[in-house]
Design a protein around this ligand. Structure first.
Ligand SMILES: [Zn+2]
Length: 257
């Protein structure tokens, strides 16, 4: 195989600040199933059940959702998944000051768990760590809400206003969280290059960050198994597992400069 890692290092060598864009392919290496894969969640549940409208109006759906969180089936709040070699390699970029920030479509909180500060991660599709009231906006950790569920509240309600409680993950039909979009914009503005990891860059508007970087002539490096919507925009595309390639790529990048 040609030395694609060397080509990727070349493409990123001049970049003082690298924006890292991550998708489900990074988390699958921690054992989290990809929604869209052959064994993905979408093959087991109806995507329609993940609309905010249905969540508001269907008690059974909420009861089932909290039960799945409690059983650790919805990765994050009570699951035992751990950050992997890919997450750790990103942390090394942060440690040497070369990370503009991470823009992620993942809701599992593994970047946070790997040791990155929250202000270095824009979770465009929200996260499972936090929960809020759809009525008054009051906030709790999801762990707190799960304790209410364990005490017998199948469909926990806000103690302040009685409103419906929901995790901070973005459902179909919801806006992206404003603060996370703002952070992503800052990361893009200060970045000199973009490293895409485990995303097909197909889900808009999250994918917009990569498209805009390309329009600004910032070099794009992609590590992903399978085609992505941004392959034509990439300076280098590596078809491989992230854990197989990224640690060595970061090693070589950091020893070169
Ligand atoms: Zn409330």
């Amino acid at each position: 195989m040609p030395d694609e890692i060397a080509e990727a290092v070349d493409a990123l060598a001049e970049a003082e600040q690298i924006l890292v864009f991550t998708g489900a392919g990074l988390s699958t290496e921690s054992g989290i199933p990809d929604f869209r894969g052959p064994d993905g969640l979408w093959t087991k549940v109806d995507p329609e059940d993940f609309t905010i409208d249905r969540y508001r109006h269907n008690r059974d759906l909420r009861v089932r959702g909290w039960r799945m969180h409690l059983d650790g089936e919805l990765w994050g709040a009570r699951s035992t998944v751990q950050p992997n070699l890919g997450h750790q390699a990103i942390v090394r970029l942060a440690e040497v000051g070369r990370l503009a920030g991470v823009v992620t479509q993942n809701v599992d909180g593994l970047h946070h768990q790997s040791g990155l500060d929250d202000d270095m991660v824009a979770e465009l599709h929200g996260n499972v760590r936090g929960s809020h009231c759809l009525g008054c906006g009051e906030r709790w950790s999801t762990e707190t809400v799960l304790e209410w569920v364990e005490k017998g509240e199948e469909d926990p309600r806000c103690p302040e206003c009685g409103g419906i409680v929901k995790t901070d993950t973005v459902m179909f039909g919801e806006m992206l969280p404003e603060e996370e979009v703002r952070k992503a914009g800052i990361f893009l503005a200060i970045s000199d290059a973009v490293l895409v990891l485990g995303s097909t860059v197909a889900v808009w508007p999250a994918s917009d960050v990569v498209i805009r970087a390309a329009h600004q002539s910032k070099p794009i490096v992609i590590i992903n198994r399978g085609e992505t919507e941004a392959d034509d925009l990439a300076a280098v595309k590596i078809e491989a597992g992230i854990g197989e390639v990224l640690p060595s790529l970061v090693d070589r990048l950091l020893t070169r400069n």
